[in-house]
Design a protein around this ligand. Structure first.
Ligand code: TXA
Ligand code: MG
Length: 353
């Protein structure tokens, strides 16, 4: 399936203008951000917003993040803005931080899933910012844009990912290359005076706390402790079953699955394991050692392994440091379906965002 038009450099500027016109006419346009690709509709077009839910197969009660052009527009899109929100927005926007705030009357309820709060962010990508800064009739634009994937599936980090997954359902896909971060934004609620982490991302809790000068709470659902599985939320998931294992059990588990006649792909981080796993597995991917590089590769790697059609993906559990929180969260969700059926897993998860 192909969309009506896919824009890529060098005609990107022309296509941004065409995309802006499409958005003004009630179209749905996929565009790059620094985190993942978004599936965008102008919030003033209710039919286009409805189409986002239909294209994704997303429940209408599940709120969409609204992308805005500038920090200075915050009072336009939200109200009762606490100091903490200004501090965080001033420091991190444009950037991978979504703030949950009290919505203004300009944010329709179909965007927020009927809630009085709205998730707002200024993306740090020139294509996204151009789209937000330009409208054919000069109106101040806000774009509702969830990740441009089917509900529950892996977020896209290239235009090709969007094309493969959503194809003709989208009016246009703007190609801005690989997303620099590759994981969805950090989501923080600054509503009701407390600052609470709802989804970990590239901006760490420590970075938030350094700006605020006070601790950030983890939402009750967002406990970071590793607990026994049972009520895990599946999200960000490949089609192939994924299992997280310690470095010490990776080789044995690979060999056990291969001996059952299964085709196994393994994502390895510990360099000393590579040779043995390469021998045992059908496919062995060396994953980067830094959190930033790992986050950038994670979704593309899971998509590549899905395409290869292996029966099972094994991954080494990531390091436990604060930098790895977002990666650990996404891997836990991605492994949810497998973990439910496995007595081996002791991994629990953050809430399904
Ligand atoms: O990096 C990102 O955040 C990407 C790019 C495209 O900006 N967007 C993204 O959107 O990940 P989405 O819709 O796939 O995930 C956003 C999550 C939703 O699942 C929703 O649960 C949460 O943000 N959210 C949005 N509005 C909210 C609200 N008012 N209260 C609580 N959570 C909210
Ligand atoms: Mg998403």
């Amino acid at each position: 399936m192909m969309p009506a038009y896919t824009a890529s450099p060098p005609d990107l500027q022309t296509q941004i203008i065409a995309a802006a016109a499409l958005l003004d006419a009630g179209g749905v346009v996929a565009f790059p951000t620094e985190t993942v690709y978004g599936l965008g509709a102008d919030i003033s077009c209710p039919d286009a917003v409805d189409r986002i839910f239909r294209i994704k197969g997303r429940p209408a009660s599940h709120p969409l993040i609204v992308h805005i052009a500038s920090l200075h527009d915050l009072p336009c899109w939200s109200q009762e803005i606490p100091d903490a929100a200004w501090q965080l927005a001033t420091r991190f926007w444009p950037g991978p931080l979504t703030l949950i705030l009290q919505r203004s009357q300009l944010i329709p309820l179909n965007v927020t899933g009927g809630q009085e709060t709205v998730g707002l962010r200024v993306p740090d990508h020139p294509v996204a910012l151009s789209l937000l800064q330009y409208s054919t009739d000069g109106h101040k634009r806000a774009l509702a844009a969830p990740s441009a994937n089917r509900f529950g599936h892996i977020s896209p980090t290239t235009a090709d990912h969007v094309r493969e997954e959503l194809g003709e359902a989208v009016d246009m896909i703007l190609d801005g290359g690989n997303c620099a971060i590759g994981l969805e934004s950090t989501i923080v609620s600054v509503h009701n005076k407390t600052v609470t982490l709802l989804r970990p991302g590239a901006i760490s809790v420590a970075a938030l706390e350094a700006v605020l000068g006070k601790p950030v709470a983890l939402s009750a659902k967002a406990g970071t402790a590793i607990r026994v599985s049972g009520s895990l939320a599946a999200h960000y998931a490949p089609d192939t079953p994924l299992e997280i294992l310690s470095a010490t059990s990776l080789q044995q588990r690979t060999e056990a699955l291969v001996s059952q006649g299964l085709r196994v792909a393994v994502m390895v981080q510990t360099p000393s394991l590579l040779t043995a796993i390469r021998t045992a597995a059908d496919s062995c991917i060396a994953m980067p050692e830094t959190a930033a590089a790992y986050g950038n590769r994670l979704y593309a790697t899971l998509r590549q392994l899905d395409r290869q059609g292996v029966d099972h993906i094994l991954t080494e559990s990531p390091p436990t440091g604060a930098d790895w929180l977002a990666i650990a969260d996404r891997l836990q969700r991605a492994s949810h379906r497998t973990a439910r059926n496995s007595t081996k897993s002791t991994i629990d998860t953050l809430p399904a965002l």
